[in-house]
Design a protein around this ligand. Structure first.
Ligand code: HPA
Ligand code: ZN
Length: 325
């Protein structure tokens, strides 16, 4: 309980959070009823229960994509972000860099403007310092990724979009396929991040760094399998956004995850702790810190150091400066 209190009190920043992954079953049902969308569950409890048994990333992504069908109007996106930010505030998260997946919504006929306006309104109202990272979804392919970014250009000057990210199905979609979109992002002066080394091996991390110019690696846990890569990442201090309970629930590393997390923490890489898709993996940021503290035996100083990393790894200049208390 003392550890839990300490984690709760620590000011934190969250750098790896998918807004669509914060869609709790309650809001999903409320929006489904309002919008006349049919769900494959009898009730909230059944939907929650369905979220407990993922075999891999792909398995999760199917359910995640299906749930987004309830998000139709600007107000739906507003409510989604508003709920997450309220929850973040309650956990003493002072800053959040939030991913959104426009391609899935566009494919359902939801205009980009609806998504961006709804999310931006919630961000503007929250006391949490927050910004958006546009994610291209790898399974849509390289050409579609570049097109998605191009479509967002009109909204960049007046929005809070600060970066390009990449998520979705990792295996078979290596970063080298997406140099066009990342080149475009660089020309637009956007920051660049990429999911890599979640299910894909260390070569995905290498490519994200060297070919996409990624300034932060999302997940990155499989970097461990390449000692030379780890050495380079220790030297450059490029941050990784670890999502421990996501890795646990999606069975990355199966029974060896605890060991791998301990190795990452001991490696000297700049590690941050995040929740990824908390409505699916059962825990928000504090729960992820608690789990890591427990399996790695972390005390107050180590936890404070992880929280400090979350601020220094932020792209928001006013956040980067503050290292908590
Ligand atoms: N990996 C890939 N795609 C995702 C994730 C993730 O962790 N969360 C939401 N989309
Ligand atoms: Zn993610």
């Amino acid at each position: 309980a003392a550890l839990r209190d300490l984690i709760q009190r620590l000011p934190k920043a969250e750098l790896h959070i998918h807004i669509e992954g914060t869609l709790e079953p309650e809001l999903m049902f409320a929006l489904a009823a309002k919008n006349g969308v049919e769900l494959p569950y009898t009730d909230v409890e059944a939907a929650r229960a369905a979220r407990t048994n993922f075999t891999c990333l792909e398995d999760f992504l199917r359910m995640y994509a299906a749930a987004t069908k309830v998000l139709i109007t600007e107000d739906d996106f507003y409510r989604l972000a508003q709920q997450y930010l309220a929850r973040a505030e309650a956990e003493n998260i002072r800053a959040a860099e939030i991913f959104f997946d426009p391609q899935g919504h566009l494919a359902r006929g939801v205009p980009l403007e609806t998504v961006i306006r709804g999310l931006s309104r919630a961000l503007a109202e929250s006391p949490v310092e927050a910004s958006l990272l546009l994610c291209v979804q790898r399974e849509f392919g390289a050409k579609a990724a570049a097109e998605a970014l191009t479509r967002a250009i009109p909204y960049l000057p007046k929005s809070v979009i600060i970066a390009l990210g990449m998520d979705g199905s990792e295996l078979g979609h290596p970063p080298r396929n997406f140099v066009l979109a990342y080149g475009e992002a660089a020309a637009l002066r956007l920051h660049r991040v990429a999911h890599a080394g979640e299910e894909g091996g260390p070569s995905y991390v290498r490519e994200a760094l060297s070919l996409l110019g990624a300034e932060r690696i999302d997940h990155g846990i499989r970097s461990l399998e390449d000692p030379a890569l780890v050495a380079a990442m220790v030297k450059s201090q490029v941050p990784i956004t670890l999502c421990p309970l996501s890795n646990l629930k999606l069975q990355v590393y199966k029974g060896q995850l605890e060991d791998r997390i301990r190795q990452v923490l001991a490696s000297g890489m700049r590690v941050t702790i995040n929740s990824d898709d908390p409505a699916y993996f059962g825990s928000y940021v504090s729960g992820n810190y608690e789990w890591v503290a427990r399996i790695a035996g972390l005390g107050p100083d180590s936890l404070a150091a992880l929280a400090a990393n979350s601020f220094t790894s932020s792209f928001m200049p006013q956040v980067k400066q503050q290292e908590g208390e």
